[in-house]
Design a protein around this ligand. Structure first.
Ligand SMILES: Nc1ncnc2c1ncn2[C@@H]1O[C@H](COP(=O)(O)OP(=O)(O)OP(=O)(O)O)[C@@H](O)[C@H]1O
Ligand SMILES: [Mg+2]
Length: 288
């Protein structure tokens, strides 16, 4: 399938805010290849560079080095509005003084579309996000989940080529978060819009992604499907971050056997042995 979004050795350095001469490398030589219609999650601890990478893709930040391609087009010098991506934020960022309809219609009106065209497209999208009948409501009359749907509708109505989500569900309670992530995934698949979704919630990433990009201190640790990241983490960091793992000291005898507290155990396929196999290292055993 065609690559829709590509970053090549993308890097972002910030001048340290505390006035020292040091720079902060927020994103360090990141290479992404995202196929059309896929939802890829950027997952990692606070400060690992997720938001910065998303902002680089959207065009809100300029890379210190590297290239970004949307399809065949190098977009480094394209302004955010030209890139035609849409971002959903944690804080919803909907206009409090506009009702639901006007919030969703905002971008379309800027494009000078005819009134009946705006009405038709807004109504279609409100139906899509299950907000039909709420067009006249003010944001303050909506629940958190409904407000986030307005934010989503406002993005989708512009028919972006790329949807970017920055922790869109963090402000919602656990139950609503679960429901909304199913809705977002369902909508994304129905519309087939290539999406990059930032979260630091492992379960959220596991449940909605085609692929997960695990980041640590600005660097990509692993890119793989949710199943692979869980079953075959390529580093201790990934194993520790992605799930409930126990780390038990073990001696590895050969590729079939490990010894834990004098007991020899067969190594299961799910236990990854990064080459070269060395003795007396710490090996990871998944909790069962
Ligand atoms: N404008 C800036 N100036 C200086 N440093 C910055 C700036 N923006 C981000 N950083 C630094 O870059 C690093 C990555 O920040 P970023 O916001 O991308 O992390 P994140 O993974 O989104 O974290 P979180 O999960 O907390 O949102 C951090 O060390 C942060 O302090
Ligand atoms: Mg962030």
């Amino acid at each position: 399938m065609a690559t829709d979004l590509r970053t090549i050795n993308i890097r972002k350095e910030f001048v340290s805010p505390d006035q020292t001469s040091k720079t902060v490398v927020a994103v360090n030589d990141v290479n992404l290849n995202i196929e059309k219609g896929k939802l890829v999650t950027l997952l990692g601890p606070s400060g690992c560079g997720k938001t910065t990478l998303l902002r680089l893709i959207a065009g809100f930040e300029e890379p210190s080095a590297g290239d970004i391609y949307f399809g065949e087009r190098r977009v480094n010098n394209d302004a955010p509005n030209v890139r035609n991506s849409a971002m959903v934020f944690q804080s919803y960022a909907i206009f409090p003084h506009l009702n639901v309809f006007d919030n969703v219609a905002f971008g379309l009106k800027l494009k000078n579309l005819r009134q009946h065209e705006v009405k038709k497209r807004v109504e279609q999208v409100l139906e899509l996000v299950d907000l039909t009948g709420m067009a006249k409501r003010a944001p303050s009359q909506l629940s958190g989940g409904q407000q986030q749907r307005v934010a989503l509708a406002r993005c989708i109505v512009m028919e972006p080529r790329l949807l970017l989500f920055d922790e869109p569900l963090s402000n919602l309670d656990a139950k609503l978060r679960e429901q909304m992530r199913v809705e977002i995934r369902d909508l994304q698949q129905r519309l087939g819009i290539t999406s990059v979704y930032v979260t630091h919630d492992q379960i959220e990433a596991m449940s909605i992604s085609d692929e997960i990009v695990i980041m640590n201190s600005g660097v990509v640790e692993q890119i793989a499907s949710p199943q692979e990241v869980y079953a075959k983490p390529n580093s201790r960091f990934v194993a520790d971050f992605i799930g409930k793992a126990n780390f038990i000291p073990a001696k590895v005898h050969d590729k079939n056997t490990a010894e834990i507290s004098d007991i020899k155990l067969p190594l299961k396929e799910t236990i990854q042995l990064p080459p070269p196999i060395r003795r007396s290292r710490w090996w990871r055993v998944l909790k069962r």
